[in-house]
Design a protein around this ligand. Structure first.
Ligand code: NAD
Ligand code: ZN
Length: 375
């Protein structure tokens, strides 16, 4: 008995030497059909004074729509339509911050991002850069942000990225595509209204939804997995399967995908993504391929790494008759392939999660190039 106690104590001593990460979460979230209509009352107590506006960054796909008309503008609030044709850039964030600083004497009461991952990330980044000096590019990395952001709200209108729940804002910078990862990046408030995603084109619904599916697969098959990530990842995966493989009611499908996105994002908070994301970052950096479709383009060729999950992806793709573009890398030069590999291989935590500590022994440039050549 004595020996057993000693062993237990030793085990707990070892456990105590591990430093666990301490993550913030979105403190306030409202879910439900029509919940967007409560935005006005939610913002009211956050208004600092009459000259401190709310700035709404809204995807320009909503120009002249009911959603845009229902944005609760008061006093000198401003609605800025932003295109999501390209992924958000550090330069774009700097310009928006410059514009706001020039126009208003004091800090705004807050920033509200309405749209997909592109607009959510822009809103996060602008709220951070209004209180932190310099360019957004200075903060791409982990925990470089020094000061708390201003109040910021995320209103997703398409589901899958998990950007509504994550502690990063992914930006294309002058020399890299990398997130501003920080505790201050997390939204103060999120509005989850499934009806806002009515009208998402089918292909985009698939690409962004598959971002969530791939988050789950990469998290659940990663070496960083723990019980926290697993519980969220399994829930998100189950929801994705219902949405993309079963014939469920449209309203229910929108609600389930919205919650899948949330859980998928929570799952990678404590683990990481993997091979598809690392390689998709290369495509996005060199060719401007957007995140969701880029992940799909890579993932379809990753059977060696993700086996049956790739088969399931292909089944979902066929069920919804999605044709992925091909020949994307056909015209690329050897230099281009090297750039793709450089960007992908820089994502070290993603490879370590996917393949373990000895990942460098398991993945070669030639292997990566052979996959890119198929795309
Ligand atoms: P998106 O924001 O780029 O939008 C995709 C398309 O869908 C756009 O054409 C947009 O106008 C359209 N759209 C959005 N809502 C619509 C609606 N309700 N009706 C009609 N059209 C609508 O797409 P996304 O896939 O959500 O986001 C991709 C971005 O998210 C990338 O920049 C990626 O880097 C980023 N991302 C961020 C995180 C994070 O944790 N911060 C995670 C994953 C991806
Ligand atoms: Zn992703």
């Amino acid at each position: 008995m004595k020996i057993k106690n000693e062993i237990d104590e030793n085990d707990s001593a070892i456990e105590n030497t591990i430093k666990h990460r301490n993550f913030p979460q979105v403190p306030k979230v409202i879910f439900g059909k029509g919940s967007f209509n409560q935005l006005d009352e939610i913002l009211l107590p956050e208004r600092k004074h009459i000259d401190a506006p709310f700035i709404f960054l809204v995807d320009d796909v909503f120009k002249n729509t009911m959603l845009a008309k229902n944005v609760p503008l008061r006093f000198n609030d401003e609605l800025i339509f932003v295109s999501s044709a390209e992924e958000p850039k550090t330069k774009q964030v700097d310009e928006l911050v410059g514009l706001i600083r020039e126009k208003y004497e004091s800090l705004p009461s807050g920033i509200v991002g309405i749209g997909g991952g592109t607009l959510l990330d822009l809103a996060k980044a602008v709220s951070l850069l209004l209180t932190n000096k310099g360019s957004a590019a200075d903060y791409q990395g982990w925990d470089l942000i020094q000061k708390s952001s201003i109040y910021h709200v995320g209103v997703p209108t398409i589901s899958g990225t998990g950007a509504e729940v994550s502690r990063t804002t992914v930006l294309l910078g002058p020399d890299k595509k990398l997130g501003i990862n920080s505790d201050f990046t997390v939204f103060d408030q999120v509005i989850l209204d499934p009806d806002l995603s009515i009208g998402v084109p089918k292909n985009q619904w698939f690409y962004t939804g598959m971002d969530c599916y791939i988050h789950c697969i990469e998290s659940l098959n990663g070496t960083y997995l723990n019980a926290f990530s697993k519980s969220y990842g399994e829930m998100a995966l189950e929801l994705c399967k219902e949405v993309y493989l079963e014939d469920i009611d449209k309203q229910e499908s929108r609600e389930k995908l919205m919650m899948a996105s949330w859980h998928g994002g929570m799952s990678i908070a404590y683990s990481q993504v993997g091979v598809a994301h690392a390689m998709s970052y290369g495509l996005s950096y060199l060719l401007g391929v957007k995140h969701g479709i880029g992940n799909c383009l890579v993932f379809q060729h990753l059977e060696e790494f993700y086996g049956d999950s790739v088969k399931l992806f292909n089944k979902m793709k066929e069920k919804h008759q999605i044709d992925l573009p091909s020949g994307i890398c056909k015209e690329l030069t050897e230099d281009d392939f090297n750039t793709l590999c450089n960007v992908a291989l820089k994502m070290e935590p993603l490879w370590e999660n996917a393949l373990g500590k000895n990942w460098k022994e398991r993945i070669t440039r030639e292997k990566l190039k052979s996959i890119y050549r198929k795309i």
